[in-house]
Design a protein around this ligand. Structure first.
Ligand code: ACO
Length: 324
């Protein structure tokens, strides 16, 4: 049994905010943001929501896979910015698509979320429980940003990406070859956003909205050590080396992290495609948006080997080797 990605899709909000636009909101500059992060602009939601962007990305992925919503058995959405606490984003998307047969639920693994969803779908499909999965990574991060905090609000954007994953006969290609993932809750507070405070009559705390806060340098150190190690482990499991890989599709946090990972793996930087320049960091949506852009540009040919890798809040990380 081969578990293959058979379709991709993505959706970005209509409105774009450039670094110069941001300099009108907080004390920053295009020079500071570009040189430290590689980000030039990001899309921010105005009328779009996490669910509507997810549904649009999912529809495109289903169209690319040439299957209907009624064929989806499993629908997993990875997000930390769902529109509701309940229903889940996956259930909202199920309703918007009319994917009535699907079992739908969300995964919260921040910037690794899409990779965690992919691995979860793989497990369901590999064991034969389901045949066709639709996985979505989607975020409206702009609603959990403190728009007076220049150290975080310049980094993130909104958007959604999706992929259809299916259990296929071996002759149709190898698909997902190896996985590696992990979590380190002991370091979770270096990148955090609190939930609601408890306002019950005993606890009695007033409601104070909370926003993303981050120790940027600790996150940087985590990323540049954990990601190369995770990629080496997954390549070893697949019986491959860096040289066998056409593209490394990494979570798009920061160009310096990507360059450092490339250097540590001794892989050419050209093998690391980038979308953060026009999307910013879209957490769980970064990897599937980039994958869809590559797919639509025709960069991926049947038989190509790629590595996909997500890392971020939790802390969490996950890598996979995929034969396209
Ligand atoms: N514009 C202008 N100045 C700024 C801005 C801004 N947007 N943000 C911070 N500064 C200032 C600070 O106030 C500080 O000024 P000071 O020296 O007068 O106090 C100075 O710039 C340096 O601040 P640092 O926070 O030390 O900046 P640093 O060089 O570490 O860069 C960055 C920050 C880009 C976030 C860096 O730490 C980094 O690359 N971290 C990696 C983590 C990351 O990218 N996280 C994204 C989300 S996490 C994820 O997706 C896994």
């Amino acid at each position: 049994m081969a578990i293959r990605i058979i379709g991709t899709g993505s959706s970005l909000p209509r409105q774009v905010m450039t670094n110069d636009d941001l300099a009108e909101v907080v004390d920053t500059s295009d020079e500071w943001i570009s040189s430290r992060t590689g980000i030039k602009e990001r899309h921010l939601a105005k009328e779009e929501t996490t669910a509507t962007m997810s549904a649009e990305a999912a529809r495109k992925a289903l169209m690319d896979a040439r299957i209907g919503a009624e064929e989806v058995d499993l629908l997993i959405a990875a997000t930390i910015t769902g529109d509701y606490i309940t229903p889940s984003t996956a259930c909202e998307v199920q309703a918007l698509l009319g994917a009535g047969k699907a079992v739908a639920f969300d995964i919260n693994a921040a910037c690794s979320g899409f990779m965690f969803a992919l691995h979860t779908a793989y497990a369901y499909l590999q064991t034969g429980i389901y045949k066709t999965a639709l996985i979505v990574g989607a975020e409206t991060l702009s609603k959990i940003m403190d728009w007076t905090d220049r150290s975080t609000c310049v980094l993130f954007g909104d958007g959604a990406g999706a992929a259809v994953v299916r259990a296929c006969e071996e002759g149709e290609g190898s698909g997902l070859l190896a996985f590696e993932q992990g979590s380190d809750g002991s370091r979770g507070k270096v990148l955090a956003c609190e939930g609601r405070q408890n306002g019950n009559p005993l606890a009695g705390r007033p409601f104070v909205p909370s926003y993303v806060h981050m120790d940027g340098q600790e996150v940087y150190k985590f990323a540049v050590t954990t990601v190369p190690a995770s990629i080496r482990r997954v390549l070893e499991e697949a019986g491959m080396t860096e040289a066998d890989i056409k593209y490394f599709v990494l979570h798009q946090a920061n160009i310096r992290i990507i360059q450092s990972v490339a250097k540590r793996l001794k892989a050419e930087e050209e093998k690391f495609p980038v979308s953060l320049d026009h999307c910013g960091n879209v957490s769980a949506a970064s990897v599937p948006i980039l994958l869809d852009e590559m797919n639509r540009k025709g960069l991926l040919e049947k038989g190509d080997k790629i590595v996909m890798s997500g890392f971020g809040g939790g802390l969490t990380w996950a890598s996979a080797v995929v034969e396209w």
